[in-house]
Design a protein around this ligand. Structure first.
Ligand code: UDP
Ligand code: MG
Length: 314
């Protein structure tokens, strides 16, 4: 079987040499066991890095044809870089595994993924059995995120990030999803096909810093929710209804007050109501705006990424 690894890299010069070395060793082992064919490849996608990442990928490719490089014309974010890699290799391989450059996701799980593929599974999800090595902050925010996604009705695999194997057939099906607002973790389950899970322990990033600071994590989470679910809009509609019902109650209350006595001291209540309603309305408009923004971007049909170079041996 011809296996391709797709690895998005953004400013990863600190980890790249070590990552390449470990993956080469893994590939040697898999090849000598006959699990993958000799023409399997490791493809690094340079997501507009500002450091020496691309030069390093070029060197790796020159020294060893097992390594390939795809260079995006600018930084487009993890999800788009991943998509660029997967879509570029989908016609060349039997299956592709996507993983991060920092090897936080145990590369020994590749064996089990390949076995599952051989058993006939077309999508194999890598699932983290524990996140002990993650910081407390990362762990709680990430797990909270999976729970929120679930409550929003988005089908995701719990504790699965973007470490997964997809067959060429599944990749072709994925290419039919023509959306600009890309949230792969939510889309892959929609692709369907026979799927399996492989568990592993998530390790530490061995060098360099996380490329997902809090700001990116929040935008990734809102992206995930608003591109996969319309529940927030419905929740706001429900909130609107509730507020309306409350206002009827207030109306009845104020009529009673009117006929039972002096009411000028109620100004505080009025002032609070105006502010509360104004707040709810702004919130509602904001959420609706988020979706309209998405529609706007989708109708433009802009390319998700532009490849400036593809280093390949043949
Ligand atoms: N990444 C990318 N483009 C970006 C940000 C990140 O291609 O704009 C890549 C990064 O190089 C890494 C992967 O996405 O291979 C995951 O990033 P990281 O390990 O920093 O995230 P974390 O493990 O902290 O969630
Ligand atoms: Mg990482």
């Amino acid at each position: 079987m011809k296996l391709y690894l797709v690895i998005p890299c953004y400013n990863e010069e600190a980890v790249l040499p070590e990552t390449a070395k470990r993956l080469r060793e893994k590939y040697d082992a898999l090849m000598s066991e006959g699990k993958i064919s000799a023409d399997s490849r490791i493809v690094f996608v340079n997501d507009g890095s500002k450091d020496k990442t691309w030069e390093m990928i070029e060197d790796l490719h020159r020294a060893d044809p097992v390594f390939r490089g795809i260079c995006l014309s600018r930084n487009k974010g993890h999800q788009n870089a991943l998509m660029a890699g997967l879509m570029t290799v989908k016609d060349e391989c039997d299956a592709a595994i996507s993983m991060d450059a920092d090897l936080q996701d145990d590369i020994n799980a590749i064996d089990a993924m390949v076995d599952k593929y051989a058993e006939g599974y077309e999508v194999v999800y890598g699932v983290r059995s524990s996140r002990k090595k993650d910081t407390f902050f990362k762990r709680t925010t990430a797990q909270g995120f999976y729970k929120v996604m679930k409550s929003m009705g988005v089908e995701t695999v719990y504790n699965h990030a973007d470490y997964r194997l997809m067959s060429a057939r599944a990749l072709h099906a994925l290419s039919e999803f023509d959306e600009v607002n890309l949230f792969l973790r939510g889309i892959v389950p929609l692709v369907g096909f026979k799927s399996a899970e492989v568990t592993y322990e998530r390790g530490e990033r061995f060098a360099g810093e996380s490329k997902y600071p809090l700001k990116k994590m929040i935008s990734f989470a809102t992206e995930g929710i608003t591109s996969m679910s319309v529940k927030p809009i419905r929740m706001i509609a429900a909130l609107g209804l509730l507020v309306f019902l409350v206002s009827i109650g207030v109306l009845i209350y104020s009529v009673i007050r009117k006929f039972t006595g002096y009411t000028v001291e109620g100004w505080a209540f009025l002032a609070v109501s105006i502010w509360a309603l104004g707040g709810v309305q702004l919130l509602a408009i904001g959420v609706i705006g988020e979706y309209i923004g998405k529609i706007y971007l989708e109708t433009k049909h802009r390319p998700k990424y532009i490849i400036s170079e593809y280093l390949r041996d043949d």
